[in-house]
Ligand binder design. Sequence first.
Ligand code: EPZ
Length: 433
Amino acid sequence: MKLTIYGGRRLFGDLTVDGAKNAALPLLAATLLTDDDISLQNIPDVGDVRTMIQILEHLGKRVESAHSRESYLIRTVEPPLSSAPEHLVRRLRASFCLLGPLVARTGLAQISLPGGCPIGVRPVDLHLKGLRALGAQIESLGNLFQAQTHKLHPAEIYLDFPSVGATEQIMMTAALIPGRTVISNAAQDPEVHDLARLLIKMGAGIMIEPGRLIIEGAPRLQGTSHRVIPDRITAGTFLIAGAIAGGDVTVHCQPLHLEALMSKLDELGFEIQEHVESIRIVSEGPGSYNGGRVEARPYPGFATDLQPQMMALLALARGTTTIKETVWENRFSQAAELAQMGAQIRIDGSTATIEGVEYLRGTEVRGSDTRAGAALVLAGLAAQGLTTVLDSEEHIARGYADLPGELNRLGADIIVEEEEKASEEKEVVGGRG
Ligand code: EPZ
Protein backbone atom coordinates (compact mmCIF):
# COMPACT_ATOMS: atom_id res chain seq x y z
CA MET A 1 0.00 0.00 0.00
CA LYS A 2 1.28 3.52 -0.78
CA LEU A 3 -0.40 6.71 0.41
CA THR A 4 0.38 10.03 -1.29
CA ILE A 5 -0.61 13.07 0.76
CA TYR A 6 -0.82 16.56 -0.75
CA GLY A 7 0.06 18.74 2.27
CA GLY A 8 -1.34 22.06 3.42
CA ARG A 9 -5.10 21.39 3.33
CA ARG A 10 -7.13 22.16 6.46
CA LEU A 11 -9.73 19.74 7.82
CA PHE A 12 -13.38 20.64 8.45
CA GLY A 13 -16.38 18.55 9.42
CA ASP A 14 -17.27 15.69 11.71
CA LEU A 15 -16.92 11.93 11.79
CA THR A 16 -18.06 9.03 13.93
CA VAL A 17 -15.42 6.50 14.98
CA ASP A 18 -15.97 2.75 14.63
CA GLY A 19 -15.93 0.21 17.44
CA ALA A 20 -12.62 -0.22 19.27
CA LYS A 21 -10.24 -2.72 17.61
CA ASN A 22 -8.54 -3.41 20.95
CA ALA A 23 -11.90 -4.19 22.56
CA ALA A 24 -13.29 -6.21 19.65
CA LEU A 25 -10.32 -8.61 19.59
CA PRO A 26 -10.62 -9.92 23.19
CA LEU A 27 -14.43 -9.88 22.92
CA LEU A 28 -14.17 -12.18 19.89
CA ALA A 29 -11.74 -14.43 21.79
CA ALA A 30 -14.19 -14.62 24.70
CA THR A 31 -16.83 -16.24 22.47
CA LEU A 32 -14.77 -19.45 22.80
CA LEU A 33 -15.90 -19.63 26.46
CA THR A 34 -19.36 -20.87 25.45
CA ASP A 35 -21.06 -22.87 22.69
CA ASP A 36 -24.08 -20.56 22.88
CA ASP A 37 -24.64 -17.88 20.23
CA ILE A 38 -23.07 -14.50 20.93
CA SER A 39 -24.07 -11.34 19.06
CA LEU A 40 -21.48 -8.55 18.84
CA GLN A 41 -22.34 -5.12 17.40
CA ASN A 42 -20.10 -2.22 16.32
CA ILE A 43 -17.22 -4.51 15.37
CA PRO A 44 -14.72 -2.46 13.27
CA ASP A 45 -13.88 -3.65 9.77
CA VAL A 46 -10.08 -3.70 10.23
CA GLY A 47 -7.43 -6.24 9.27
CA ASP A 48 -6.79 -7.56 12.77
CA VAL A 49 -10.50 -8.26 13.32
CA ARG A 50 -10.75 -10.11 10.00
CA THR A 51 -7.78 -12.26 11.06
CA MET A 52 -9.31 -13.01 14.48
CA ILE A 53 -12.56 -14.05 12.78
CA GLN A 54 -10.62 -16.41 10.51
CA ILE A 55 -8.94 -17.93 13.56
CA LEU A 56 -12.30 -18.45 15.31
CA GLU A 57 -13.66 -20.19 12.22
CA HIS A 58 -10.70 -22.59 12.36
CA LEU A 59 -11.57 -23.22 16.01
CA GLY A 60 -15.12 -24.41 15.42
CA LYS A 61 -17.06 -21.15 15.25
CA ARG A 62 -19.16 -19.77 12.40
CA VAL A 63 -19.15 -15.96 12.25
CA GLU A 64 -22.22 -14.64 10.42
CA SER A 65 -22.77 -11.01 9.45
CA ALA A 66 -25.96 -9.91 11.16
CA HIS A 67 -28.27 -7.03 10.21
CA SER A 68 -25.54 -4.44 9.69
CA ARG A 69 -21.95 -4.35 8.45
CA GLU A 70 -20.46 -4.15 11.93
CA SER A 71 -22.73 -6.73 13.58
CA TYR A 72 -21.84 -10.39 13.82
CA LEU A 73 -23.50 -13.50 15.22
CA ILE A 74 -20.87 -15.96 16.46
CA ARG A 75 -22.23 -19.53 16.49
CA THR A 76 -20.66 -22.88 17.32
CA VAL A 77 -20.55 -25.50 14.60
CA GLU A 78 -18.24 -27.93 16.39
CA PRO A 79 -16.52 -28.17 19.81
CA PRO A 80 -13.42 -25.93 20.00
CA LEU A 81 -10.20 -27.37 18.65
CA SER A 82 -7.15 -26.91 20.85
CA SER A 83 -4.84 -25.17 18.40
CA ALA A 84 -5.10 -22.30 15.98
CA PRO A 85 -3.35 -22.04 12.59
CA GLU A 86 0.10 -20.53 13.07
CA HIS A 87 0.06 -18.41 9.90
CA LEU A 88 -2.98 -16.56 11.25
CA VAL A 89 -1.92 -16.39 14.92
CA ARG A 90 1.42 -14.87 14.00
CA ARG A 91 -0.33 -11.95 12.31
CA LEU A 92 -1.66 -10.43 15.50
CA ARG A 93 -0.65 -10.06 19.11
CA ALA A 94 -4.15 -10.42 20.54
CA SER A 95 -4.33 -14.03 19.33
CA PHE A 96 -2.27 -15.08 22.35
CA CYS A 97 -5.38 -14.41 24.47
CA LEU A 98 -6.91 -17.54 22.94
CA LEU A 99 -4.66 -19.79 25.06
CA GLY A 100 -6.61 -19.36 28.29
CA PRO A 101 -10.14 -19.76 26.94
CA LEU A 102 -9.07 -22.84 24.94
CA VAL A 103 -7.38 -24.57 27.86
CA ALA A 104 -10.37 -23.71 30.07
CA ARG A 105 -12.75 -25.32 27.54
CA THR A 106 -10.71 -28.31 26.31
CA GLY A 107 -7.97 -28.92 28.89
CA LEU A 108 -5.33 -28.59 26.15
CA ALA A 109 -4.32 -25.63 23.99
CA GLN A 110 -1.44 -24.80 21.68
CA ILE A 111 -0.83 -21.27 20.43
CA SER A 112 2.28 -19.99 18.64
CA LEU A 113 4.08 -16.88 19.80
CA PRO A 114 2.08 -14.01 18.33
CA GLY A 115 3.22 -11.37 15.88
CA GLY A 116 1.79 -7.87 15.76
CA CYS A 117 3.66 -4.57 15.63
CA PRO A 118 7.47 -4.47 16.05
CA ILE A 119 7.32 -2.05 18.99
CA GLY A 120 9.16 -4.12 21.50
CA VAL A 121 10.09 -7.65 22.54
CA ARG A 122 6.46 -8.18 23.54
CA PRO A 123 7.05 -10.95 26.11
CA VAL A 124 4.19 -13.10 27.38
CA ASP A 125 5.61 -13.96 30.81
CA LEU A 126 2.72 -12.29 32.66
CA HIS A 127 0.19 -14.23 30.60
CA LEU A 128 1.98 -17.49 31.51
CA LYS A 129 2.36 -16.48 35.16
CA GLY A 130 -1.41 -16.02 35.37
CA LEU A 131 -2.31 -19.24 33.58
CA ARG A 132 0.12 -21.25 35.73
CA ALA A 133 -1.40 -19.70 38.88
CA LEU A 134 -4.82 -20.88 37.64
CA GLY A 135 -3.53 -24.47 37.36
CA ALA A 136 -2.38 -24.79 33.76
CA GLN A 137 0.89 -26.58 32.97
CA ILE A 138 2.68 -24.52 30.32
CA GLU A 139 5.30 -25.93 27.99
CA SER A 140 7.25 -24.06 25.35
CA LEU A 141 7.56 -26.25 22.22
CA GLY A 142 9.77 -24.20 19.89
CA ASN A 143 7.70 -21.14 19.07
CA LEU A 144 4.54 -22.87 20.24
CA PHE A 145 3.17 -22.63 23.77
CA GLN A 146 1.16 -25.59 25.03
CA ALA A 147 -1.16 -25.23 28.03
CA GLN A 148 -2.57 -28.35 29.64
CA THR A 149 -4.68 -29.01 32.72
CA HIS A 150 -6.84 -31.60 34.44
CA LYS A 151 -8.60 -28.92 36.47
CA LEU A 152 -8.18 -25.17 36.76
CA HIS A 153 -8.66 -23.44 40.12
CA PRO A 154 -9.12 -19.83 41.30
CA ALA A 155 -6.01 -17.85 42.31
CA GLU A 156 -4.72 -14.47 43.47
CA ILE A 157 -2.41 -13.05 40.81
CA TYR A 158 -0.20 -9.94 40.94
CA LEU A 159 0.87 -8.47 37.60
CA ASP A 160 4.33 -6.92 37.70
CA PHE A 161 3.10 -4.55 34.96
CA PRO A 162 -0.56 -3.67 34.28
CA SER A 163 -0.47 -5.64 31.04
CA VAL A 164 -3.67 -5.23 28.98
CA GLY A 165 -3.35 -8.59 27.27
CA ALA A 166 -2.39 -10.52 30.38
CA THR A 167 -5.27 -8.95 32.34
CA GLU A 168 -7.71 -9.91 29.58
CA GLN A 169 -6.31 -13.44 29.24
CA ILE A 170 -6.50 -14.15 32.98
CA MET A 171 -9.93 -12.54 33.37
CA MET A 172 -11.43 -14.58 30.51
CA THR A 173 -9.98 -17.83 31.83
CA ALA A 174 -11.04 -17.13 35.43
CA ALA A 175 -14.59 -16.40 34.24
CA LEU A 176 -14.95 -20.15 33.59
CA ILE A 177 -13.40 -21.25 36.91
CA PRO A 178 -15.90 -21.47 39.83
CA GLY A 179 -14.57 -19.47 42.79
CA ARG A 180 -12.86 -16.12 43.33
CA THR A 181 -9.83 -15.04 41.32
CA VAL A 182 -8.18 -11.69 42.07
CA ILE A 183 -5.92 -9.84 39.64
CA SER A 184 -3.86 -7.13 41.38
CA ASN A 185 -2.16 -4.32 39.43
CA ALA A 186 -4.60 -5.14 36.61
CA ALA A 187 -4.83 -2.98 33.50
CA GLN A 188 -7.72 -0.49 33.79
CA ASP A 189 -8.17 0.32 30.10
CA PRO A 190 -11.70 0.88 28.77
CA GLU A 191 -11.21 -2.14 26.50
CA VAL A 192 -10.51 -4.34 29.55
CA HIS A 193 -13.69 -3.07 31.22
CA ASP A 194 -15.67 -3.66 28.01
CA LEU A 195 -14.55 -7.31 28.13
CA ALA A 196 -15.57 -7.48 31.81
CA ARG A 197 -19.04 -6.26 30.85
CA LEU A 198 -19.40 -9.04 28.26
CA LEU A 199 -18.23 -11.69 30.73
CA ILE A 200 -20.75 -10.44 33.32
CA LYS A 201 -23.53 -10.75 30.71
CA MET A 202 -22.30 -14.31 30.05
CA GLY A 203 -22.72 -15.20 33.73
CA ALA A 204 -19.42 -14.42 35.46
CA GLY A 205 -19.31 -12.07 38.45
CA ILE A 206 -16.67 -9.33 38.03
CA MET A 207 -15.94 -6.47 40.42
CA ILE A 208 -13.77 -3.62 39.16
CA GLU A 209 -11.75 -1.85 41.84
CA PRO A 210 -8.91 0.67 41.29
CA GLY A 211 -6.07 -1.48 39.92
CA ARG A 212 -7.83 -4.73 40.88
CA LEU A 213 -10.29 -7.11 39.25
CA ILE A 214 -12.21 -9.70 41.29
CA ILE A 215 -13.71 -12.48 39.19
CA GLU A 216 -16.33 -14.92 40.48
CA GLY A 217 -16.15 -17.63 37.83
CA ALA A 218 -19.01 -19.90 36.74
CA PRO A 219 -18.93 -23.57 35.65
CA ARG A 220 -20.67 -22.58 32.41
CA LEU A 221 -21.15 -19.31 30.55
CA GLN A 222 -24.11 -18.47 28.34
CA GLY A 223 -24.71 -16.57 25.13
CA THR A 224 -25.58 -12.87 25.08
CA SER A 225 -25.47 -9.71 22.99
CA HIS A 226 -22.95 -6.87 23.35
CA ARG A 227 -22.04 -3.60 21.62
CA VAL A 228 -18.34 -2.69 21.38
CA ILE A 229 -17.22 0.68 22.80
CA PRO A 230 -16.00 3.38 20.37
CA ASP A 231 -12.31 3.33 19.41
CA ARG A 232 -10.55 5.95 21.54
CA ILE A 233 -7.29 5.60 19.59
CA THR A 234 -8.99 6.22 16.24
CA ALA A 235 -10.81 9.18 17.82
CA GLY A 236 -7.54 10.54 19.20
CA THR A 237 -5.82 10.09 15.84
CA PHE A 238 -8.46 12.23 14.10
CA LEU A 239 -8.32 14.91 16.80
CA ILE A 240 -4.55 15.13 16.37
CA ALA A 241 -5.08 15.25 12.60
CA GLY A 242 -7.30 18.31 13.08
CA ALA A 243 -4.67 19.82 15.35
CA ILE A 244 -1.72 19.36 12.98
CA ALA A 245 -3.54 20.26 9.73
CA GLY A 246 -5.53 23.13 11.19
CA GLY A 247 -9.30 23.56 10.82
CA ASP A 248 -12.37 22.60 12.82
CA VAL A 249 -13.05 18.89 13.42
CA THR A 250 -15.68 17.17 15.57
CA VAL A 251 -15.19 13.49 16.45
CA HIS A 252 -18.17 11.46 17.72
CA CYS A 253 -16.68 9.14 20.35
CA GLN A 254 -16.60 8.48 24.12
CA PRO A 255 -14.88 11.63 25.54
CA LEU A 256 -14.52 9.95 28.94
CA HIS A 257 -11.83 7.68 27.40
CA LEU A 258 -9.81 10.63 26.05
CA GLU A 259 -9.31 12.80 29.12
CA ALA A 260 -5.50 12.63 28.98
CA LEU A 261 -5.43 13.67 25.30
CA MET A 262 -7.99 16.47 25.73
CA SER A 263 -6.07 17.83 28.70
CA LYS A 264 -2.77 17.75 26.77
CA LEU A 265 -4.19 19.39 23.62
CA ASP A 266 -5.77 22.10 25.78
CA GLU A 267 -2.43 22.65 27.56
CA LEU A 268 -0.66 22.99 24.19
CA GLY A 269 -3.03 25.81 23.26
CA PHE A 270 -5.74 24.19 21.11
CA GLU A 271 -9.43 25.02 21.47
CA ILE A 272 -11.05 21.80 22.73
CA GLN A 273 -14.82 21.50 23.30
CA GLU A 274 -16.07 18.39 25.11
CA HIS A 275 -19.69 17.34 24.55
CA VAL A 276 -21.60 14.30 25.80
CA GLU A 277 -20.66 12.05 22.86
CA SER A 278 -18.19 14.11 20.86
CA ILE A 279 -15.07 16.23 21.06
CA ARG A 280 -14.43 19.28 18.87
CA ILE A 281 -11.00 20.73 18.11
CA VAL A 282 -10.31 24.08 16.45
CA SER A 283 -6.72 24.68 15.30
CA GLU A 284 -4.74 27.27 13.36
CA GLY A 285 -2.32 24.51 12.31
CA PRO A 286 1.48 24.35 12.35
CA GLY A 287 3.31 26.84 14.57
CA SER A 288 0.11 27.97 16.33
CA TYR A 289 0.72 25.88 19.47
CA ASN A 290 3.41 25.34 22.07
CA GLY A 291 5.70 22.42 22.80
CA GLY A 292 5.34 20.67 26.13
CA ARG A 293 5.78 17.36 27.91
CA VAL A 294 4.07 14.07 27.01
CA GLU A 295 4.45 10.87 29.03
CA ALA A 296 2.90 7.71 27.60
CA ARG A 297 1.73 5.57 30.52
CA PRO A 298 -0.76 2.79 31.24
CA TYR A 299 -4.40 3.94 31.27
CA PRO A 300 -5.66 6.38 32.52
CA GLY A 301 -2.30 7.93 31.62
CA PHE A 302 -1.62 9.31 28.13
CA ALA A 303 -2.18 6.48 25.62
CA THR A 304 0.98 4.96 24.17
CA ASP A 305 -1.03 4.28 20.99
CA LEU A 306 -1.32 8.05 20.49
CA GLN A 307 2.35 8.80 21.23
CA PRO A 308 3.61 8.55 17.60
CA GLN A 309 0.82 10.85 16.41
CA MET A 310 1.74 13.40 19.12
CA MET A 311 5.37 13.26 18.01
CA ALA A 312 4.29 14.31 14.52
CA LEU A 313 2.15 17.13 15.94
CA LEU A 314 4.88 18.43 18.25
CA ALA A 315 7.49 18.43 15.48
CA LEU A 316 5.69 21.61 14.31
CA ALA A 317 5.19 23.22 17.71
CA ARG A 318 6.73 26.45 18.94
CA GLY A 319 9.59 25.49 21.25
CA THR A 320 10.84 22.24 22.74
CA THR A 321 8.92 19.07 23.64
CA THR A 322 9.93 15.96 25.57
CA ILE A 323 8.09 12.69 25.03
CA LYS A 324 8.68 9.83 27.47
CA GLU A 325 7.46 6.37 26.46
CA THR A 326 7.03 4.16 29.56
CA VAL A 327 5.00 1.29 28.02
CA TRP A 328 7.01 0.01 25.04
CA GLU A 329 10.78 -0.05 24.71
CA ASN A 330 10.90 0.55 20.96
CA ARG A 331 8.12 2.86 19.94
CA PHE A 332 10.01 5.77 18.39
CA SER A 333 10.42 4.27 14.89
CA GLN A 334 8.49 7.23 13.46
CA ALA A 335 11.21 9.64 14.66
CA ALA A 336 13.72 8.71 11.95
CA GLU A 337 11.02 9.06 9.28
CA LEU A 338 9.87 12.43 10.63
CA ALA A 339 13.52 13.54 10.60
CA GLN A 340 13.59 12.77 6.86
CA MET A 341 10.83 15.40 6.60
CA GLY A 342 12.92 17.93 8.50
CA ALA A 343 11.82 17.28 12.09
CA GLN A 344 14.45 17.91 14.78
CA ILE A 345 14.20 14.92 17.16
CA ARG A 346 16.80 13.50 19.56
CA ILE A 347 16.23 10.07 21.12
CA ASP A 348 17.81 9.19 24.43
CA GLY A 349 16.55 5.81 25.64
CA SER A 350 12.84 6.14 26.37
CA THR A 351 12.84 9.92 25.99
CA ALA A 352 12.52 11.88 22.75
CA THR A 353 13.38 15.59 22.70
CA ILE A 354 11.81 17.55 19.86
CA GLU A 355 12.79 21.06 18.75
CA GLY A 356 9.80 22.46 16.90
CA VAL A 357 10.48 23.51 13.28
CA GLU A 358 8.62 25.96 11.05
CA TYR A 359 7.69 23.39 8.43
CA LEU A 360 8.12 19.77 7.35
CA ARG A 361 9.06 18.87 3.79
CA GLY A 362 7.09 16.20 1.96
CA THR A 363 9.19 13.17 1.00
CA GLU A 364 9.00 9.36 0.89
CA VAL A 365 8.75 7.72 4.34
CA ARG A 366 7.92 4.25 5.63
CA GLY A 367 5.50 3.26 8.40
CA SER A 368 6.74 0.25 10.40
CA ASP A 369 3.66 -0.22 12.60
CA THR A 370 0.03 0.84 12.74
CA ARG A 371 0.42 3.98 14.82
CA ALA A 372 3.77 5.06 13.31
CA GLY A 373 2.17 4.81 9.87
CA ALA A 374 -0.76 6.92 11.03
CA ALA A 375 1.65 9.48 12.50
CA LEU A 376 3.42 9.84 9.14
CA VAL A 377 0.11 10.38 7.34
CA LEU A 378 -0.70 13.13 9.85
CA ALA A 379 2.73 14.71 9.28
CA GLY A 380 2.00 14.64 5.54
CA LEU A 381 -1.21 16.61 6.10
CA ALA A 382 0.84 19.55 7.37
CA ALA A 383 4.01 19.11 5.30
CA GLN A 384 4.91 21.24 2.30
CA GLY A 385 4.41 19.41 -0.97
CA LEU A 386 3.88 15.68 -1.45
CA THR A 387 4.48 13.05 1.23
CA THR A 388 4.46 9.37 0.26
CA VAL A 389 3.94 6.89 3.08
CA LEU A 390 5.03 3.38 2.08
CA ASP A 391 3.01 0.79 3.99
CA SER A 392 3.83 -2.48 2.26
CA GLU A 393 2.68 -4.59 5.23
CA GLU A 394 -0.60 -2.64 5.35
CA HIS A 395 -0.02 -1.87 9.03
CA ILE A 396 -2.35 1.15 8.86
CA ALA A 397 -5.27 -0.96 7.60
CA ARG A 398 -4.76 -3.40 10.50
CA GLY A 399 -5.86 -0.67 12.90
CA TYR A 400 -7.95 1.79 10.89
CA ALA A 401 -10.96 0.92 8.70
CA ASP A 402 -10.30 3.79 6.27
CA LEU A 403 -7.86 6.41 7.57
CA PRO A 404 -7.17 8.06 4.18
CA GLY A 405 -10.81 7.99 3.13
CA GLU A 406 -12.02 9.54 6.38
CA LEU A 407 -9.34 12.24 6.20
CA ASN A 408 -10.32 13.00 2.58
CA ARG A 409 -13.92 13.38 3.68
CA LEU A 410 -12.68 16.10 6.06
CA GLY A 411 -10.85 17.89 3.23
CA ALA A 412 -7.49 16.15 2.99
CA ASP A 413 -6.05 15.15 -0.39
CA ILE A 414 -4.71 11.60 -0.15
CA ILE A 415 -4.31 9.10 -2.96
CA VAL A 416 -4.04 5.40 -2.08
CA GLU A 417 -2.44 2.95 -4.48
CA GLU A 418 -1.01 -0.53 -4.43
CA GLU A 419 2.75 -0.20 -4.05
CA GLU A 420 3.74 -2.62 -6.79
CA LYS A 421 1.34 -1.05 -9.29
CA ALA A 422 2.32 2.52 -8.40
CA SER A 423 3.19 3.33 -11.99
CA GLU A 424 0.15 1.77 -13.72
CA GLU A 425 -3.03 2.58 -11.87
CA LYS A 426 -4.17 4.75 -9.02
CA GLU A 427 -7.13 3.93 -6.76
CA VAL A 428 -8.35 7.39 -5.87
CA VAL A 429 -9.92 7.58 -2.41
CA GLY A 430 -11.63 10.96 -2.69
CA GLY A 431 -9.10 13.75 -3.00
CA ARG A 432 -7.55 14.80 -6.33
CA GLY A 433 -8.71 13.26 -9.60
C1 EPZ B 1 -2.37 -3.81 24.06
O1 EPZ B 1 -1.23 -4.58 23.72
C2 EPZ B 1 -2.79 -3.11 22.77
N1 EPZ B 1 -3.12 -4.12 21.77
C3 EPZ B 1 -1.64 -2.24 22.27
O2 EPZ B 1 -2.11 -1.53 21.11
C4 EPZ B 1 -1.29 -1.21 23.36
O3 EPZ B 1 -0.17 -0.46 22.94
C5 EPZ B 1 -0.97 -1.95 24.67
O4 EPZ B 1 -2.06 -2.81 25.04
C6 EPZ B 1 -0.70 -0.98 25.81
O5 EPZ B 1 -1.81 -0.15 25.99
C7 EPZ B 1 -4.30 -4.78 21.86
O6 EPZ B 1 -5.07 -4.58 22.78
C8 EPZ B 1 -4.57 -5.78 20.79
P1 EPZ B 1 0.57 -4.98 27.22
P2 EPZ B 1 -0.64 -5.68 24.75
O7 EPZ B 1 0.48 -6.42 27.53
O8 EPZ B 1 -1.76 -6.30 25.51
C9 EPZ B 1 4.93 -5.71 28.79
C10 EPZ B 1 -2.16 -0.90 18.84
O9 EPZ B 1 -1.47 -0.11 18.19
N2 EPZ B 1 4.49 -7.10 28.99
O10 EPZ B 1 -0.22 -4.01 28.02
O11 EPZ B 1 0.29 -6.55 24.00
C11 EPZ B 1 5.12 -5.39 27.32
O12 EPZ B 1 6.41 -5.79 26.89
C12 EPZ B 1 -1.50 -1.83 19.84
O13 EPZ B 1 -3.42 -0.98 18.75
C13 EPZ B 1 5.34 -7.98 29.67
O14 EPZ B 1 6.42 -7.60 30.09
O15 EPZ B 1 0.19 -4.74 25.70
C14 EPZ B 1 4.97 -3.91 27.28
O16 EPZ B 1 6.19 -3.29 27.65
C15 EPZ B 1 0.00 -1.69 19.86
N3 EPZ B 1 4.95 -9.27 29.84
C16 EPZ B 1 3.93 -3.63 28.36
O17 EPZ B 1 3.91 -4.80 29.20
C17 EPZ B 1 3.74 -9.73 29.38
O18 EPZ B 1 3.42 -10.91 29.59
C18 EPZ B 1 2.54 -3.40 27.82
O19 EPZ B 1 2.12 -4.57 27.21
C19 EPZ B 1 2.90 -8.82 28.69
C20 EPZ B 1 3.30 -7.52 28.52
